[in-house]
Design a protein around this ligand. Structure first.
Ligand SMILES: NC(=O)c1ccc[n+]([C@@H]2O[C@H](COP(=O)([O-])OP(=O)(O)OC[C@H]3O[C@@H](n4cnc5c(N)ncnc54)[C@H](OP(=O)(O)O)[C@@H]3O)[C@@H](O)[C@H]2O)c1
Length: 345
């Protein structure tokens, strides 16, 4: 059995990793960390794990984590930045769920996160872990930067268009909505029940930190610089994320042709589902699963394409995708532990 460590096991993505890995046939949870709850059992922190996992949480300690074969860093940005090289130097594979190794230009990291990166030399070695688009590089990686949730929903929806001449590349707008677990378990005024419930709240308009990540990956795929308008919103539900993306077209297209093009692009990808003509992606169909559903709709009146892309922010947007990356890195069947359909209703 592969020994797994989770740094940040008491957070939402940490819990989701534990929940999914509890059903994984090839791994054994070995080290779980939390500063707040150290020496408590994880089942005391999350009673949903009672009778299933009984491991005591310990403080973040690189020695303990280095004894694992794979470590997931489910920590806020910067908290695990210096651990990545230590783990990569040992015989351990590391999958970082934070943004620390996603942006490949350290100047971008400084600009958007206001922090100087302490290991810029590693940025090119740590692979951006979007399996459907980067599988070959992930296979040989010692370190993977797991994509952000919004970027996953936006990049997967746009990728099939980036080598075509069908769209006006300067016209891309993503209007995206996230459930509240996207902000993590720590409390804040914005995510306080009375502030968020019964409301729909735009936040970080025009300067959300996922913007450079989306632009970096879209530009790499297109082979030319791409900028987008990105408008995130907080929606009062626990989990789920929907991006509705608008793009002006340069040619007249039809829905059948576009749908066929998307189906061909994603071929046999299990976790990306291209919806039948006329159907829209919705969070109810993916929440609790590792799927990304993509709907395609032409607005012929204004010659614009409207895409809908739905994921579970905690699964395909974080922990599920991280396990998908682990499966690829270790040569396991990619779907192992991830085949559950959405939880509905
Ligand atoms: N939530 C999402 O939907 C989502 C999606 C994609 C990516 N991510 C990224 O995944 C990472 C984890 O997010 P999350 O939502 O799980 O956050 P969270 O619920 O706030 O959990 C954070 C975890 O990190 C630990 N921690 C916090 N500060 C620490 C420090 N200085 N040293 C050691 N441990 C520390 C916390 O432990 P204690 O408080 O118990 O000490 C907790 O276990 C973040 O980088 C986030 O951006 C989140």
């Amino acid at each position: 059995m592969i020994k797994v460590g989770i740094a940040g096991a008491s957070g939402y993505t940490g819990l989701e990793l534990i929940r999914l890995l509890a059903n994984h046939t090839k791994v054994k949870l070995s080290v779980l960390t939390s500063e707040t709850y150290q020496n408590n059992s994880i089942a005391d922190v999350f009673p949903s794990l009672n009778g299933i996992i009984d491991i005591n949480l310990q403080s973040l300690d690189s020695q303990a984590l280095q004894s694992c074969d794979v470590v997931f860093l489910a920590l806020p940005h910067t908290a695990g930045m210096d651990l990545v090289p230590q783990l990569m130097e040992s015989d351990c594979k590391v999958i970082d769920l934070s943004a620390d190794y996603r942006l490949k230009n350290p100047d971008d990291y400084l600009e958007w996160y206001s922090v100087t990166h302490t290991h810029p030399e590693l940025l090119s070695q740590v692979v951006y872990g979007l399996p459907e688009l980067n599988r070959e590089k992930i296979k040989n990686a010692k370190g993977v930067a797991n994509p952000g949730c919004y970027p996953t929903s936006v990049i997967l929806a746009l990728a099939p268009l980036l080598k075509t001449d069908w769209i006006d590349f300067e016209s891309i707008i993503s209007d995206s909505k996230s459930g509240i677990s996207g902000a993590g378990r720590k409390t804040s005024i914005t995510t306080h029940f009375a502030e968020a419930n019964e409301g729909l709240t735009p936040y970080s308009l025009v300067n959300h930190r996922h913007t450079p990540e989306i632009e970096q990956e879209l530009s790499n795929l297109a082979g030319k610089p791409i900028k987008i308008s990105f408008s995130p919103h907080l929606i009062p539900m626990n989990r789920g994320m929907l991006s509705t993306i608008y793009i002006n077209l340069t040619n007249k297209l039809n829905d059948e042709h576009l749908t066929e093009h998307y189906e061909k692009f994603y071929g046999n990808e299990f976790f990306v589902r291209i919806l039948d003509k006329g159907k829209f992606a919705k969070t109810q169909s993916v929440s609790g699963s590792n799927f990304c559903d993509i709907g395609i709709k032409l607005d012929n009146r204004v010659n614009r394409l409207v895409l809908t892309s739905a994921i579970d922010n905690l699964i395909k947007g974080a922990s599920g995708q991280a396990i998908q990356n682990m499966n690829i890195m270790l040569g396991f069947e990619e779907k192992t532990g991830l085949q559950s359909p959405a939880i509905f209703p």
